[in-house]
Design a protein around this ligand. Structure first.
Ligand code: C5P
Length: 220
């Protein structure tokens, strides 16, 4: 494993959903399983990298030889990512971060006394954009789950968040993406795009790691 395409590289990967507390017993979250991020962590470790996996709540076993940092909320995920920044050559954001969180967390369980209730939400920090705008930024890779104009939206994300690569998947296609065991993606960079046909997330992760490793070399 020491001779792999990522040997000597330190890789940080975010994965899974985040949970945004409403009160002591409730939260807002999403259906992300964490499968893609965990598969990438496993593939990067197999390619010889030292991997830190920053994971929101997911019911997956951590891959062997991967350091797992468990977090709950987007803010905790950002804190963990910033703590790793100094020893991170490559950052891959595969987490499905909740876009919004409740403006305040109720101290006690909210009672169902009213027919209607409103929860005010505020925007969460963008973790991958924060990492990419750091002065000593690692090579930064993001995901884009889109239902239309997939490449166009991915390219927008690449520019807006200052990413090196965006891995775009069309979540409108049945049988791939969120929660599924298979995925098909297009890898978008400033000067190029490359389609990877539908396959298991494990095979896809190995292909993506090889592709990223090729791009990483000239930068280091
Ligand atoms: O903007 P959007 O959520 O579609 O961007 C997706 C990419 O940005 C993913 O790589 C995701 O992990 C990352 N992201 C993030 N922090 C957020 C929102 C998204 O790191 N708050």
């Amino acid at each position: 494993f020491e001779q792999g395409t990522l040997s000597g590289q330190q890789v940080c990967i975010t994965a899974g959903p985040t949970r945004e507390a409403i009160d002591p017993v409730r939260y807002i979250s999403n259906h992300s399983s964490g499968k893609m991020g965990y598969a990438l962590a496993e593939a990067a470790a197999e390619a010889g990298a030292k991997v830190t996996l920053i994971s929101g709540p997911a019911s997956l076993a951590p891959p062997p030889r991967v350091e797992l940092v468990r977090v709950d909320s987007a803010q905790e995920m950002l804190d963990a990512a910033e703590k790793q920044l100094g020893n991170c050559d490559l950052f891959i954001a595969a987490a499905a971060v909740a876009d919004y969180r409740p403006a305040s967390v109720a101290e006690q369980k909210i009672k169902k006394n009213n027919e209607q209730m409103t929860i005010e939400l505020v925007k969460n920090p963008d973790i991958v954009a924060t990492v990419a705008s750091h002065p000593q930024r690692p090579f930064t890779v993001g995901f884009a789950a889109e239902t239309e104009k997939v490449i166009e939206h991915a390219r927008g994300k690449l520019e807006r968040k200052k990413l090196d690569l965006v891995i775009a998947n069309d979540v409108a296609q049945p049988g791939i993406g969120f929660n599924s065991d298979e995925n098909a993606v297009t890898v978008v960079s400033a000067d190029d795009q490359q389609r990877i046909d539908q396959t298991s997330k494990h095979k896809l992760a190995r292909t993506l790691v090889e592709l990223i490793a090729q791009r990483l070399k000239p930068n280091n």
